[in-house]
Design a protein around this ligand. Structure first.
Ligand code: SF4
Length: 528
């Protein structure tokens, strides 16, 4: 085991995040979502850490690659006058070795500290096996941070996309935090951190102002997955979403390539383009028609860069794909050629898209801008035609579906179920991610009620069952052929464990959990 030696003098500012955000899940962007699932009480943490959220490597205390948000903050701090050696970005398990007598601030970034994000709230509620892994890891980190505070007197600040969760009534008094930082850190963060370091008073909750392009500093050290921010904010205005509250800013191509090269110079030859929609890169149109020159220019420059292994994008919009199929085809081709994913023996590109609902009425009510330049009435046909067009380019979507949006009627849910049946009938490979609507503290619907699986109607539970039957049928054979499950004994172990769990827990569970589990187990029997 590697021995860590405390850096002397200890860094003024130590930046970290929960273990679930300090892992690259062995290169799998998809597996990172599973950190929102329940942590089964019978599974020890050391096993999960070894097999699931393996720590990124650290070199003399600091991590070699870090989440993009922490890297941006680190760069903003250096730009504002902090010395590089005043800051250490560490894995949380090394916090005790990093914090010392000279440390004045422990800065923590978390996307989902209390497990109130979409995936964690949905799947810890459906699985009902314990709290989300995310939440358990944040609590553990806070415990270590408190110990460091007691020993050395450092202050604690928490920011990141999930910091709003710490203002919820159930969190009040749970953690001894000096400053909860909400929103963007680029413009406001360095000043707040300077005050905390110098012992000045700051409000307990600070709302960061939206940064201008000049405020956003290029990273100075490498990121997990080679993540590079190409745009921030969206502008389509969906009421259930956070980025819609931010105005859209597009990073200059020179900055993007500077960050790609910086990552590559540190041996990080993969690129993850972080955006709410790859087709909005360089878009200035009020009806969201893609700017094909800007998008083509981005990919042309990226593919000309020597030594890059993979190129992945985080999100794409289905209406934008239909609006410019020629562009979508060119982008899809590059992404497939540079993809590390395979499905049924074929190299495929993947991207996250939002289906959300099959009901034009509900769509119009909560997300009418999402289908521009088309009309809400066309949404179900946009979904099917874009998904099917993508698959012609071997580009497979991971698609979210929202269940329980405010005002969703049984008829709305039936239209969503019908859309899933159409996806199945057209033999599309889309990986469907049904989620229970969550009133994120940073979205327009933040005052809506929080729901759980027991609040679902029969049709809403059917949406879950249909989606998972489809996923297991399409993706199950590949999953159970992966190295971890290839052997007869591993598959037998999985089968036995899922049956035991079903009989001990879900068979006696409430109606909807039992329905979803019944259908999932039957689908699994066919592929394991
Ligand atoms: S299109 Fe996507 S990113 Fe944009 S506001 Fe809607 S859900 Fe959010």
């Amino acid at each position: 085991m590697r021995e860590w030696v405390m850096r002397k003098p200890s860094p003024l500012v130590v930046l970290t995040g929960p273990s679930t955000e300090m892992s690259d899940y062995e290169g799998s962007h998809i597996m990172a979502f599973a950190a929102g699932f329940s942590k089964p009480w019978f599974m020890p943490r050391f096993y999960l850490k070894k097999t699931f959220f393996k720590p990124v490597t650290s070199n003399s205390l600091e991590v070699e690659v870090a989440p993009l948000g922490l890297r941006k903050l680190e760069a903003d701090l250096v730009k504002s006058g902090f010395k590089r050696e005043d800051i250490a970005v560490v894995h949380p398990d090394n916090l005790k070795n990093a914090v010392g007598p000279e440390t004045k601030l422990i800065g923590i970034s978390s996307k989902d500290p209390l497990g109130l994000g979409y995936v964690s709230l949905t799947y810890s509620s459906v699985l009902n096996l314990g709290e989300p892994i995310n939440k358990a890891e944040f609590r553990r980190l806070m415990k270590d941070a408190q110990k460091a505070r007691q020993k050395f007197g450092a202050k604690i600040a928490v920011g990141g996309a999930g910091s709003w969760q710490l203002l919820r009534p159930e969190a009040v008094g749970s953690f001894n935090i000096d400053c909860i930082f909400m929103g963007e850190g680029d413009a406001t963060g360095p000043d707040v951190i300077r005050k905390l370091v110098e012992g000045e008073d700051t409000p307990r909750t600070v709302e960061g102002k939206q940064a201008s392009l000049d405020d956003i500093s290029p990273i100075i050290r490498p990121t997990i997955y080679g993540a590079v921010e190409i745009s921030r904010g969206c502008g389509r205005g969906c009421a259930f979403c956070s980025p819609t509250m931010q105005r859209r800013r597009v990073m200059p191509l020179e900055t993007i390539m500077h960050e790609v090269e910086l990552n590559a110079n540190h041996g990080q030859n993969d690129v993850l383009l972080v955006t709410e929609d790859i087709f909005m890169y360089g878009c200035n149109s009020s009806n969201f028609t893609p700017n094909s020159d800007a998008v083509d220019g981005l990919f042309k420059t990226l593919t000309a860069q020597e030594g890059l292994k993979s190129i992945q994008v985080t999100h794409a919009n289905l209406a934008a794909i239909r609006a410019d199929k020629a562009l979508a085809s060119r982008v899809g081709r590059v992404l497939r050629e540079r993809s590390e994913y395979r499905l049924a023996g074929k190299q495929v590109a993947t991207v996250e898209v939002g289906i959300e609902t099959g009901s034009p009425k509900l769509f119009k009510k909560h997300m009418s801008g999402k289908c521009k330049p088309f009309e809400p009435e066309e949404w179900p046909s946009i979904v099917l035609s874009s998904l099917s067009f993508m698959e012609e380019q071997d580009w497979v979507a991971l698609a979210t579906i929202l269940v329980g949006l405010p005002g969703e009627t049984d008829e709305d849910a039936k239209q969503t179920a019908k859309l899933i049946e159409n996806i199945e009938d057209q033999s599309l490979n889309t990986f469907l991610v049904p989620l229970i609507f969550v009133p994120l503290g940073t979205c327009g619907l933040r005052e809506a009620a929080l729901k759980s699986v027991t609040d679902l109607s029969e049709t809403q539970a059917e949406v879950f069952a249909l989606a998972w039957e489809h996923n297991i049928k399409i993706w199950g054979p590949d999953f159970f052929n992966s190295p971890a499950y290839k052997s007869y004994w591993a598959r037998l172990g999985f089968k036995a464990a899922s049956r035991i769990l079903y009989h001990l827990k879900y068979k006696r569970s409430d109606k909807w959990r039992r329905t979803i589990a019944d259908r999932t187990i039957k689908a699994l029997e066919k592929v394991v």
